[in-house]
Design a protein around this ligand. Structure first.
Ligand code: ZN
Length: 403
């Protein structure tokens, strides 16, 4: 809970910093808000809010504008808005089939983006970083002269060491211990570190803060790519484990004896049973078909009554339901969100998933768990990367502020 400025006599600087950060985070995530609304939300009085917003405005982070007139007489009310055109980050999304770079303003709106398809074979560190650095420099060059870049964030489809953005394990790419974050920072040459996160972790946070999980403190986000990534949020915080490698629900063992081989070297992992290859194989699609469009084509064919496609989605839905049932029993989430290609699969697989929940989840948890598709779509991971890039500013606004 937020504390009043006067409440922390021992470390007034810390308390002020926390309040400034909380206010800026509220405006960044929630958009324009009145001073009165901020005062109520933070549990402080209006003069405290005025002092805080004045500091953030002087630092070039927020702007106070008169609210649209209500027609009532009296003092005009003010709305606090983020300085979206003056403060931005660069965000990158490194997915299996595409590379995306974007300039994202404070507040979270994508101001400009560049995108390239990514070949699945032979995508080494140098090739990937080279494309991203070119994109990043172009976006930086084209930014309005008065806009300041305050951070860089990247979402990567693999296991990431949070401290330095090292890709420890990217099974779909065959990357092991690649210094991705450091190399991208060096090639961008902006003098800023690149904060890197796992795509499903970032997608989970983005959906929690801006999407289908707003207001839900316990949720599970499942991200379909080639495999299945997971982000588990407990009590509002990401459950990322001791080293940052937690929430790997894609490698939850569901079918150890007859299961399909998994990219991690194991057999019968959830992602081996419900991932892209499993779906396409079950639907009888050739081995050289893959990607988002191939998944969409199976779902569309099932909609037209194609028997093989329907059976494939039924089988995938059952395994997905087994995974979801285990997760609901373990974490009692308020919502399970299906993102990435699982957003395409979910509507067709939902009956099997619901059947598994009905059969295998304890009644008290079963009643609560809602199922939803990602509200941010394929940009959930990109927006998550942007929010990661804004973290230093939101933690300590006046140190990282543009002026
Ligand atoms: Zn696995």
């Amino acid at each position: 809970m937020l504390r009043d400025l006067a409440a922390d006599r021992h470390a007034p600087g810390d308390s002020r910093r926390r309040n400034l950060g909380a206010l800026l985070r509220r405006v960044h995530l929630g958009g324009p808000v009145s001073r009165v609304g901020l005062a109520e939300w933070m549990g402080v009085n209006r003069s405290t809010i005025m002092a805080l917003t004045a500091e953030l405005a002087a630092a070039g982070l927020v702007r106070e504008v008169p609210a649209t007139t209500s027609g009532r007489a009296g003092r005009p009310s003010f709305v606090v808005r983020p300085e979206s055109e003056a403060v931005h980050v660069l965000a990158f999304d490194i997915a299996v089939d595409r590379l995306v770079a974007a300039r994202v303003g404070l507040g979270g709106a994508v101001a400009a983006r560049l995108e390239a398809t990514r070949p699945r074979a032979g995508a080494d560190l140098d090739a990937v970083v080279s494309v991203l650095a070119d994109f990043g420099r172009a976006l930086h060059h084209d930014a309005p002269p008065s806009s300041v870049c305050v951070g860089v964030g990247a979402s990567y489809c693999g296991m990431i060491r949070p401290e330095d953005g090292m890709v420890r394990f990217g099974p779909d790419m065959g990357w092991v211990d690649q210094a991705f974050g450091a190399e991208l920072a060096r090639r961008l040459g902006l003098g800023l570190p690149v904060l890197v996160g796992n795509e499903a972790h970032l997608g989970a946070m983005a959906e929690h803060q801006r999407g289908a999980g707003v207001g839900v403190q316990n949720l599970i986000y499942l991200h379909g790519d080639v495999g299945v990534g997971g982000g588990i949020i407990v009590g509002g915080d990401l459950l990322d484990g001791d080293g940052g490698y937690g929430s790997e629900v894609g490698h939850m063992l569901v079918n150890p004896y007859q299961g399909r081989p998994c990219g991690c070297g194991s057999r019968g992992c959830l992602e081996a049973e419900v991932g892209e290859r499993a779906l396409l194989d079950e639907a009888g699609r050739p081995a050289d078909h893959w990607g988002r469009e191939a998944v969409r084509a199976v779902v569309a064919a099932a909609g037209r009554g194609d028997v093989a496609a329907r059976e494939a989605l039924g089988r995938i839905g059952d395994w997905l339901g087994i995974g979801v049932a285990n997760l609901v029993n373990l974490f009692n989430p308020g919502v399970v969100i299906f993102g990435g290609t699982l957003r395409e699969v979910f509507p067709a697989a939902a009956p099997q998933i619901r059947r598994r929940i009905a059969a295998n989840v304890l009644p008290v948890s079963r009643d609560k768990a809602r199922l939803a598709v990602s509200a941010l779509g394929y940009d959930a991971t990109l927006i998550g990367a942007a929010d990661l890039a804004f973290t230093p500013l939101l933690t300590n606004p006046l140190v990282t502020a543009p002026r």
